[in-house]
Write a protein that binds this ligand. Sequence first.
Ligand SMILES: Nc1ncnc2c1ncn2[C@@H]1O[C@H](COP(=O)(O)OP(=O)(O)OP(=O)(O)O)[C@@H](O)[C@H]1O
Length: 493
Amino acid sequence: MDSRSKVMETAKNYLTTAASVAASAMLARTVINEFLPSDLRSLASTGIHKLFGRFSAEHTIIIPQTEGLNPNELYDAASIYLRTKISPTMKRLRASKSEDKNKVVITFDVGEEIIDIFHGTEYKWMLISQEETSNSRNGEKSIQIRWFELKFHSKYKDVMLDNYFPHILERSKEIKAADRLLKIITNKYDEWHYSIELNHPATFKTLAMDAELKRMIMEDLARFVKRKEYYKRIGKAWKRGYLLFGPPGTGKSSLIAAIANYLRFDIYDLDLKEICSNSELKTLLVGMPNKSMLVIEDIDCSIDLRNRDEEKEKKSKDDEVTLSGILNCVDGLWSTSGEERIIVFTTNYKDRLDPALLRPGRMDMHIHMGHCGPDGFRVLASNYHCIHDHPIFEEIDELLKEVEVTPAEVSEELLRSDDVDIALRGLVKLLHKKRKESQEEKHKAEDSQDNQQRDGESKQIDQEKQHLESETGVSNYESIEEIIGDQDWSQDA
Ligand SMILES: Nc1ncnc2c1ncn2[C@@H]1O[C@H](COP(=O)(O)OP(=O)(O)OP(=O)(O)O)[C@@H](O)[C@H]1O
């Protein structure tokens, strides 16, 4: 029996016992004292939170504290879950600031009835608050006791325990994760040391990239987080690796932030230069929690990663970080120490990477972050000026097909003015300038190719001259010219 089934089984036992007590809501205290294990009793008697549901006038349920499920947890879960059930007809609402100070959380107040329909059954919730006085050594103390009263038809009590409560616990976890402030943590030596709030605004919506590629990445991530059982069944560690490659300013870091915001994972930004050995690398890896993202940026230049053959030749000495150490981190035994991990490597130069890192199956997806195309430009225009169409778009689209410009350069141009027309004209100017530069480069390249060809030809003529010179014994330049001139070279060729 898994832990959730055990919890629900125990809850059912308590429910059956509690039913025979004919307890009303106000008798909950008695039930707590008679039926709960002592540790839970002391928890409940602190009077901070308690949760019970009333199936009918005769039934009261107390959820016992077993394996991670306790009244406080359920109370908290219900508070969070019921926030999503607030209806416009409610009169008693409360507003407070969320952990992320940019958001305001609206919640219901005491005495407000909240109706939730789950699988066709109606559940009526009400938050109740009551002041109570208790005698302590320091005299009388008044405390505020809060609880939820849950009413529904008693014939659905099994559905409630087997499906409704687990659903509330699950949903509340998701809502909590979405509300949580994300962190970016980096290492000092072999410790995750420095952490700041991740306030990067990038999301998949604001990312300028090929629309189809964006869709594929989002689907891949969504599939990955749902596949806990699947990974267990196939015997693979529950992790996914992405290699992001492309020129500077094409959005590799922005994509990392978008993934973190999408999955609500903290970023563990590993600075390889801070660590001296593979064992330090392992220490850091083991210190990462679940639902986190390991990022190694610019892997090609972070550290001198010799290729594996050279490593094999070297006597194993644990005084440096090696490519095999990193690869163990990606798919070796050490990577199985946690669950639900995303691993991201970035590079500006994929061709500089050791083939061992690029081997199929190592990084699950290789994502090319390229120059800005019409799709990407539309996203940036919408991000910076909230526009989806404009007469200049056609000209920009045509130029983007010819010119290599990074999303960072386009963003910078669009930021230059609040006036859409000025900003777009500035971008057109930049694209024309870039096109001219690239045409000049192309001409230069063609010229140098022509020069090389001419050099090659004149070298060939020189060789022919030398050959003739040795054949004819004539060493005078003019004479050779005459001899060459007398012959029909084109026919010989
Ligand atoms: N694909 C993109 N979508 C939206 N904005 C982008 C994109 N690429 C770049 N930008 C803009 O340019 C800035 C720099 O981009 P970013 O740091 O993500 O690029 P990068 O590829 O990681 O560059 P580097 O290789 O130099 O680290 C971002 O803060 C963002 O404003």
